[in-house]
Design a protein around this ligand. Structure first.
Ligand SMILES: [Mg+2]
Length: 244
């Protein structure tokens, strides 16, 4: 019999760069949007414009809603002198969303492993940072709602608590009536996803797979490090004796 490390009752997942590659799709969508703006009449080289757009995203934040307007503000008007700038902005926005919707898919092993996990008694939930409708839209487009307990979706903007605060993790555990030490959190950010829930005694799992935190280290040692969801399943079978 495998050694049982304790009772596990719930697993909460981060979304971005844990269940799908945020960084991969964002870069592809930005490039497609720039190509569309150039086709619409913007006189710039693709790489130069992508670089400018990356700076806009970086400086104004990913949840700002007028990146493309501000991109044109930053560059010389001569680069779009022959076209109504609204057409260039709209071309960029349409291409960005088109690419995003086409590419927004979970990692293939996420669905395979979720199909196994839903047969277990574990509560499967989400704790994610971001705007409430934007994060909810991702869950719908990723087609993950069949696997997630509908009462176990916690979004920072909706709760007005950030993931840098243990309160969001405590709130999620309390809402599901489970003690933090019986809950696992799986995320890619060593600080917000590991250091913070570690303070409550949650079982932390660092997903070293994609995204901007691959080379970031937090203060707390994650209980486990995984590279895909099959690794997680192996941990659940080995250390928590889940009958799967
Ligand atoms: Mg993340």
């Amino acid at each position: 019999m495998p050694e049982r490390k304790g009772t596990l009752k719930a697993i909460f997942f981060d979304v971005d760069d844990t269940l799908y590659s945020t960084s991969g799709f964002a870069q592809a969508a930005r490039r497609k949007s720039v190509e569309a703006m150039i086709r619409a009449g913007l006189k710039m080289q693709v790489d130069e414009c992508v670089q400018e757009l990356n700076e806009v995203m970086e400086e104004l934040g990913s949840n700002y809603d007028r990146h493309y307007d501000k991109l044109l503000v930053r560059i010389s008007k001569e680069k779009y002198a022959d076209v109504n700038p609204a057409i260039i902005i709209a071309a960029g926005v349409v291409a960005y969303h088109h690419t995003k919707f086409k590419m927004l898919k979970p990692y293939p092993d996420v669905i395979d492993v979720f199909n196994i996990l839903i047969c277990s008694p574990l509560v499967l939930g989400i704790i994610t940072a971001g705007l409430e409708i934007k994060q909810a839209e991702k869950l719908i487009r990723l087609k993950l709602l069949d696997y997630i307990n509908p009462k176990a979706i916690f979004i920072s903007d909706q709760l007005a608590i950030g993931k840098q605060n243990t309160k969001i993790y405590q709130y999620a555990c309390d809402s599901m009536n489970v003690a933090p030490e019986h809950c696992m959190y799986v995320g890619d950010n060593p600080v917000y996803d590991i250091d913070v829930p570690d303070k409550l005694g949650m079982i932390t799992v660092l997903n070293r797979r994609s995204g901007k935190y691959l080379n970031v280290y937090g203060k707390a040692k994650p209980r486990y490090i995984i590279h895909n969801m099959w690794d997680l399943l192996e941990i659940l079978r080995r250390d928590y004796a889940l009958p799967m």
